[in-house]
Design a protein. Structure first.
Length: 245
């Protein structure tokens, strides 16, 4: 059975939020919107986002690592949000494994969001229905679009090419190959939901920091090498310039 999904490379993601913004832009104007905003110009603007980018810092200064975790509905293969829905509004499609909500049947009881271990459902306070990522189902089958554009908006817009889309059961898809070849993992495997979306791990990067004129600079920064080159002979940085050249 096909199972469409996203595979996101955490080693490449730079946390720019372009995926989240383009998701909001596309879905607000398309079939599964709007993605309502509340108090957009007020002190505490918030609203509905199908895709959110979380940012974490680990380690202790100066040896810290920052990583970004874009997160949207994972289209779980054993989706716990589906059987709890009292009206059948929440369902998983057989033909591609995408989990959807039929807004016409949703009574806004929020049982599905209580049963999602990932916090990936978004209740629209204005429309009073539950919404969530659809993997841009209204783009990926649209034959009026060129084949290369029949992908989720987040995948098309990612400037770092950190996002792959495809059938994770099809050995020909780039999503399948990325999972098999690059140690992909899923969120909360113990929840036994079998998320379809996968992540490629962030690789540990060894960073050497050097102090230069009261600033900490990464030794592998090419600009740093240039600064050292220019300061050669000034005596400011001593012998270490030879290591970087
Ligand atoms: S991530 Fe949450 S909303 Fe999406 S299918 Fe899994 S349980 Fe359901
Ligand atoms: S909020 Fe809507 S989709 Fe979710 S369980 Fe209730 S009726 Fe079903
Ligand atoms: S658009 Fe790409 S690089 Fe930017 S936050 Fe999203 S996944 Fe990461």
């Amino acid at each position: 059975m096909p199972q469409f999904a996203l595979v996101i490379d955490l080693n490449v993601c730079v946390g720019c939020h372009a995926c989240a913004v383009n998701c909001k832009e596309w879905n607000t104007q398309a079939s599964f919107g709007p993605l309502s905003d509340y108090d957009p110009y007020g002190r505490e603007p918030h609203g509905v986002w199908f895709n959110r980018v979380l940012t974490y810092e680990t380690g202790e200064f100066p040896h810290t690592q920052v990583f970004h975790l874009p997160k949207s509905c994972l289209h779980c293969q054993d989706a716990p949000c589906v059987p709890v829905c009292p009206t059948g509004a929440s369902y998983k499609r057989e033909q591609d494994g995408i989990v959807l909500v039929n807004y016409d049947d949703c009574i806004g009881c929020k049982l599905c969001s209580w049963n999602c271990p990932y916090g990936c459902r978004e209740f629209d306070e204005i429309d009073k229905v539950m919404k969530k990522c659809t993997l841009c189902i209204d783009r990926i089958y649209d034959e009026t679009l060129p084949p290369e554009h029949r992908k989720p908006a987040c995948v098309l817009t990612c400037p770092a090419k950190a996002r792959f889309f495809g059938d994770i059961e099809d050995p020909q898809s780039e999503a399948y190959r990325a999972i098999k070849e690059r140690n992909a993992f899923v969120l909360l495997p113990g929840a036994e939901t079998r998320p379809a979306n996968h992540y490629l791990p962030k690789r540990e990067t060894r960073i050497d920091l050097s102090e230069f004129e009261d600033r900490l600079l990464r030794s592998d920064n090419p600009l740093f090498a240039e600064i050292l080159r220019r300061s050669r002979g000034s005596g400011v940085f001593g012998d270490t310039s030879e290591e970087v050249m």
